[in-house]
Design a protein. Structure first.
Length: 306
């Protein structure tokens, strides 16, 4: 059997030139699409496809038909097969004009039906690809959220430790979903001196790089003994004047601490500190007595001020 030769003239017996170019261009684009979805696409084949598309655009059919035969060799492809059959029918002129015309018309009908099927398949493939892209998008935490129930305490008395009961910690994910964290998934941080004095304390909740804070109040209980102030007491006849402002004699001074329950306690000398600041005129000094977080002050004058 003689080998079937496919050229532009034979193909144009079946299709007009524009339709022919569109049909072959669609075949070649399908080859490119099939390669691109592979884990390791054949880049050489893709480059060759692009060259063939350029040839089609420039009406150069010399390499088109050999490429189609080579690329689809061994494949069952109705579109290519119909073109090859059509060419064979045209060459077999002995079949007769009526038979050829009838066969060509059947091929055209099959081609139109195949176009509709291909369009539906392409739409379905596009939808599937979009769905896959969405499902593989990484979902990450974007916001830390806190809520409190009736077990939560927002007030403490001096000396009490922070209680984590009643706190619910949630994270909002990038896809809009909400996740409740278990107690071992997040960290609650308070000041190391929490509850030692009357004030507002800041509490921090931390999850990875997300943080959220809230405040609780520390109050003094009626029965809690808290240091309020101190004062200095001096013996009778103590003179707040001195002939040497740089060496003030505080012999006989006693220091007392005053507490919230109205009790007082005499302090030992090593319980408190004394600081002296001489004023710029060099004739007066401010004496500061400090004990823990409180202090008392008084002034001393030099004798030359008289």
């Amino acid at each position: 059997m003689n080998e079937i030769k496919i050229d532009k003239r034979i193909l144009n017996e079946i299709l007009d030139e524009n339709t022919l170019k569109n049909e072959i261009a669609e075949l070649i684009n399908n080859v490119i699409d099939e390669e691109l979805v592979k884990e390791e696409p054949d880049c050489d084949l893709i480059d060759e496809c692009i060259d063939i598309l350029d040839n089609l655009e420039n009406n150069d059919y010399s390499n088109v038909i050999p490429f189609v035969k080579k690329t689809y060799k061994g494949r069952i492809n109705k579109k290519v097969w119909s073109i090859l059959v059509a060419c064979a029918i045209i060459l077999a002129a002995s079949i007769g004009t009526v038979a050829v015309g009838y066969t060509v018309e059947k091929i055209r009908e099959e081609r139109e039906a195949e176009k509709t099927t291909t369009a539906s398949t392409t739409t379905a493939t596009t939808t599937t690809t979009t769905t896959t892209t969405q499902s593989t998008t990484a979902v990450v935490p974007t916001k830390l959220m806190l809520s409190f129930n009736s077990d939560f305490r927002d007030e403490y008395t001096v000396g009490e430790k922070f209680n984590t009961d009643g706190i619910t910690v949630k994270i909002e994910m990038s896809d809009g979903s909400i996740k409740v964290l278990s107690a071992d998934e997040y960290e609650i941080v308070t000041d190391k001196n929490f509850g030692k004095e009357e004030k507002y304390e800041t509490v921090t909740v931390r999850y990875n790089n997300l943080t959220e804070t809230f405040n609780v109040r520390v109050l003094r209980d009626e029965d809690t003994r808290v240091l309020n102030s101190i004062y200095a007491a001096f013996p009778d006849g103590f003179d707040f004047r001195t002939d040497d402002i740089s060496n003030i004699d505080l012999t006989g001074m006693e220091v007392y601490a005053v507490y919230s329950d109205k009790s007082e306690e005499k302090l030992r000398e090593n319980d408190y500190t004394v600081e002296t600041d001489i004023l710029p005129d060099g004739k007066r000094a401010i004496v500061t007595v400090k004990y823990k977080t409180v202090y008392a002050q008084f002034g001393i004058r030099g004798e030359e001020n008289e």
